[in-house]
Design a protein around this ligand. Sequence first.
Ligand code: ATP
Length: 238
Amino acid sequence: MTALLQADDVHVAYGRIEAVRGVSLSLQAGQIVTVIGPNGAGKTTLLAALMGLLPARGRIAYDGADLAGLDVEARVERGLCLVPERRELFTEMSVADNLVLGAYAHRRDRAGLRARLDEVYGLFPRLAERRGQSAGTLSGGERQMLALGRALMGRPRLLLLDEPSLGLAPLIVREIFRIITGLRATGVSILLVEQNARAALESADYGYVLETGQIGLHGPAGALLGDPRLSALYLGGE
Ligand code: ATP
């Protein structure tokens, strides 16, 4: 089966410093694949390269076709969508207007937009309750929900999520991961970058450990959760 996303020997450099050094990974349609690793491992850099925000060496194929030469807009059109760590929202605008902006590319299809908005409110009842509230007054967890909801308005096939649990309380982290696994059930594939290794592996099908720009361990998420080498490093020991 052709992978939805296949990266082979990807290198990304900032000037003379290589932040991503020969990363290969693959994601099948319908999967949640996680890339876990400590601060500065190169996770955000890798996502930026996949999205076309940074130039990369190596091969990145999506849906069987090489992405080389395609800019960010062309990648978005093909169904890739990045939800960055900082969850940039339009803080003065309402929840509803932030969501509508997420569907900018589909703005002429008003009926489709309405239906999509209803779907997103169905996934995030909390956003439906707060649809008129300005985004800047939302809690951290609600902002993350809005960032996810806005991404979904564009009907992505592959979501690239950069540390969705960052800065959130444990209870909210659980809720966000529950939502993420729910998204997989709607047919969206997810590449999930996380420092919270346990929560990410508990939600994912497959995991890669990124350390100083290179993949170390990788395997089915359940196997990684039980791997003593990983538990010593990232899972708080057991
Ligand atoms: P974090 O979890 O802290 O965001 P990360 O795994 O996402 O870490 P990156 O942000 O991708 O890591 O950073 C990887 C390396 O690249 C780090 O050494 C970082 O200092 C460096 N780096 C990141 N952005 C730049 C930049 N714009 N210019 C130069 N070096 C950078």
